[in-house]
Design a protein. Sequence first.
Length: 69
Amino acid sequence: MLGSTIIEINGVFLGAAILVSESGTRRFYAAHDSVRALHNEMLPDLGALQQRIRLHVRRPALTTHQYPV
């Protein structure tokens, strides 16, 4: 691990973006159930990872359980 950045939306801690290479590739460590499906997902940079998480959180839940974010 070369570094990490906290990922939160509206004050809710969702996880951390872990820098895994000098090129900027980040791996997501999910800490909140609402983003568990994205755990260990890797994207080329922090911006792309943050956008992926935002889109995931904003999509309608496919189950009857909804998690506040």
